[in-house]
Design a binder for this molecule. Structure first.
Ligand code: IVH
Length: 706
């Protein structure tokens, strides 16, 4: 038997050999559509417009309607789902789908203990270096795809490892999964080939799906629900009995392993490593993650674990760890299995980004501008590397949408530096008689009426500075490091000062005496002295810092700077009409109105006057921050620790040179300024091809005068 016979598969050229022109056209269309589906779904590089694809698809459908006897399961038309099932048929795996040992240990020890075990089993010494394939551990569900003569004949879930469920109909709807494999001269397709991998949902697809689900629910469609995370959504779709519904769920796939394969296939294909199998999968049309890499020894495993850990949040899909596999197939065989786990592979997890906990209470907090925020008080839970006890519910609509209630068991998510979030409630764990959350009609702090203005999502306390919560926030904001900066004036102290009636307004801060401060509980004379010194130092400030510190709604740091630059003096800003304010860069109608309203109020003007009378001052002699602006029009993102400058200092210098400093990397970012321990922002920059510079290069740029 020749190699080609053994690896026989439908030949792409078979269309020409056919006598019947309709049949020939049908086969040609299938070839074309397979090719374009691969370009579109797997390579993300479509060669024809969608409309052209649809036209070819419809032409094929038309032929198949006329000739149902020619229909085969690998036709691209078979992706759109078949009949509704009442259950899934069991599917026995030809080769069991094993589980894999998990290391949740710290970075070093997890990889080291695995590498040490492997070397010991293989009788290797301390200095011998084993080659591994390191891969992402995708957070979806495992699927076995069986191809016979290059055609997908069965797709099955893992089940108990021996017997899974036949989900072929649903899996066929996934555009990234080839229905037929394309052989090449170097890679003929084995007669029997089982490819294993993970079906998952991308995060953006998941968000879009939930958005659609929400509008369905809003439209009153029965039986619709939102999903708590991409993995649940993917698992739900694969186990959907109606393939038409599965077809609407945006699923993706990555191939990572081999099941049954024709004997001798590896030899015929000259494959002797796991990585070579992954490459073969790619050649045959499967998506294989570009993050799979061959690494050597424990040190490189650790580096891989760290690198992927830093990039984790910027990946477009969820992972829960990485997987290490001995690369050599011969060594894999030598290592064999313990019970149901291979000795040659291990999963090395990252801290979970989602955990279950219970809602102890729902508090309503009052912000600086009076915004009322419902906050879930949680039983402490370790998630995403920190202990979480609070999660914001944002506003009434959000709290209702998620229907979070006191006593509920909820999923809490904390990814990267993002604030913790309640992603969903486990409805079946709800104890009876819990009440739906409602926003209080009055401010929980001062009792003023809470109002929700039309078109706004937020409720606000109408008490203004009568409300002690708002007063405290206003003082903290004024004292903030990026406003006038009063070192040492933190939340606890402000609570004491306001609750004890020692201060009521911003200017009161500057009227504080040593006795009043030193009389506060737990306040040593020395600390009181320091606060007074800090207050004194804060009096010499700048116009932008002062304007920002006033806490005018919608006026952030950048707007405060623009206002100062445009008007030059505080009096000019205070006297500006809405129309004049609209002339300031980046100031729109809402912001202009907010500034105007703020200064139109007598009590705000009074506060400003008193602050000035207390000695708060700034230099108004050089309005407009004159000077060259070599970086005008450029946007920077700063990440990591810089060698000599703090991030704030770098930000100030860049802004003084006319640049904008943004918080996240996008295509519009001109440069990423990176220091040590730069994380996902650096990865994102590399992904988007945004130039990355260091502090020295930045300083050099600042010297360049046009
Ligand atoms: S290999 C014998 N590689 O992790 C080794 N598993 O295996 C078989 N998983 O639910 C598994 N990404 O679905 C392997 N790159 C990867 C993986 C991976 C995700 C899942 C797999 C299974 C679990 C344990």
């Amino acid at each position: 038997m020749s190699t080609l016979d053994l690896f026989g598969s439908p030949e792409p050229g078979q269309a020409e050999n056919n006598a019947n022109p309709a049949q020939a056209r049908m086969l040609a269309l299938r070839d074309l559509l397979h090719h374009h589906a691969h370009q579109y779904y797997v390579l993300d590089a479509p060669e024809i417009p969608d409309a052209e694809y649809d036209r070819l698809f419809q032409e094929l459908q038309a032929i198949e309607v006329l000739h149902p006897e020619w229909l085969t399961p690998d036709s691209p038309t078979q992706r759109v789902g078949g009949r509704i099932l009442d259950h899934f048929a069991p599917a026995r795996h030809a080769v069991p789908m094993l589980s894999i040992r998990t290391e949740t240990d710290t970075e070093a020890s997890g990889a080291q203990s695995f590498d040490a075990r492997v070397r010991k089993e293989l009788g290797l010494g301390e200095t011998d270096v084993v080659a591994y394939t390191a891969e992402l551990k995708f957070d979806g569900l495992a699927i076995n795809l069986r191809y016979e003569a290059g055609v997908l004949v069965q797709a099955a879930t893992r089940g108990d490892g021996e017997v899974g469920e036949d989900v072929t109909q649903n899996i066929r709807t996934i555009g990234q999964i080839p229905l037929r494999l394309s052989p090449t001269t170097s890679h003929p397709v084995p007669e029997v080939l089982e490819v294993r991998g993970e079906v998952y949902m991308r995060r953006d697809d998941f968000e879009a799906l939930n958005e659609r689900q929400r509008s369905r629910i809003a439209a009153g469609e029965k039986g619709e629900k939102t999903f708590v995370n991409p993995r649940n959504a993917a698992a739900g779709a694969v186990r959907q009995l109606d393939p038409a519904i599965a077809a609407q769920r945006p699923l993706s796939f990555f191939a990572y392993g081999l099941g049954e394969v024709s004997p001798q296939a590896a030899e015929q294909l000259h494959i002797s490593t796991h990585m070579a199998w992954l490459q073969a999968f790619k050649v045959w049309g499967f998506p294989v993650s570009e993050h799979a890499a061959v690494v050597h020894g424990a040190t490189e495993l650790i580096a891989y674990h760290q690198r992927i850990g830093a990039a984790r949040d910027s990946l477009p899909f969820d992972i829960d760890g990485v997987v290490y596999k001995v690369n050599s197939l011969a060594l894999q065989q030598q290592l064999g299995f313990v019970t149901r786990e291979p000795r040659w592979a291990v999963a090395h997890k990252y801290p979970a980004q989602e955990q279950l906990t219970t809602v102890l209470d729902i508090d309503v907090q009052v912000g600086r501008t009076g915004k009322l925020t419902p906050v879930a008080k949680l039983a402490p839970v370790f998630v995403g590397g920190v202990t979480v006890t609070n999660a914001t519910l944002h506003n009434e609509d959000e709290a209702r949408r998620k229907d979070v209630r006191v006593g509920d068991t909820v999923i809490v998510r904390r990814a990267g530096d993002v604030i913790p979030e309640v992603v969903g409630v486990l409805a079946d764990k709800r104890v009876a008689s819990t009440a739906i959350f409602t926003m209080p009609a009055t401010c929980p702090v001062c009792g003023s009426v809470a109002v929700r203005e039309e078109g706004e999502a937020d409720h606000r306390c109408s008490g203004g500075l009568f409300c002690s919560a708002q007063r405290k926030q206003a003082i903290l904001h004024f004292a903030h490091r990026r406003a006038v900066e009063v070192e040492g004036l933190g939340e606890k102290l402000v609570d004491q000062l306001v609750d004890g009636g020692v201060i009521n307004t911003l200017p009161d801060l500057y009227r504080l005496g040593l006795t009043a401060l030193a009389n506060l509980e737990r306040m040593a004379d020395k600390s009181a002295q320091n606060i007074l010194l800090a207050l004194e130092a804060s009096k010499a400030t700048t116009l932008p810092r002062f304007v920002f510190g006033l806490g005018i709604r919608h006026v952030g740091e950048a707007t405060a700077k623009e206002l100062a630059r445009h008007f030059g003096t505080l009096d000019a800003i205070m006297a500006a009409s809405v129309d004049e304010l609209l002339l300031v860069q980046d100031v729109g109608p809402v912001v202009a109105q907010s500034i105007h309203t703020f200064f139109a109020q007598a009590h705000n003007r009074e506060v400003v006057e008193q602050l000035r009378a207390c000695g708060v001052h700034w230099d108004e002699s050089t309005p407009g921050q004159a000077g060259p602006k070599p970086l005008a029009g450029k946007t920077f993102v700063i990440t990591g620790t810089l060698p000599t400058l703090s991030r704030d200092e770098a930000k100030d210098m860049l802004e003084a040179a006319g640049a904008k400093v943004a918080g996240s990397v996008s295509k519009k970012t001109s440069y990423v300024l990176a220091g040590t321990e730069a994380g996902s922002k650096l990865d994102k920059a590399q992904e988007l091809g945004v130039p990355v510079i260091d502090e020295a290069q930045m300083l050099h740029m600042l010297e360049v005068v046009p």
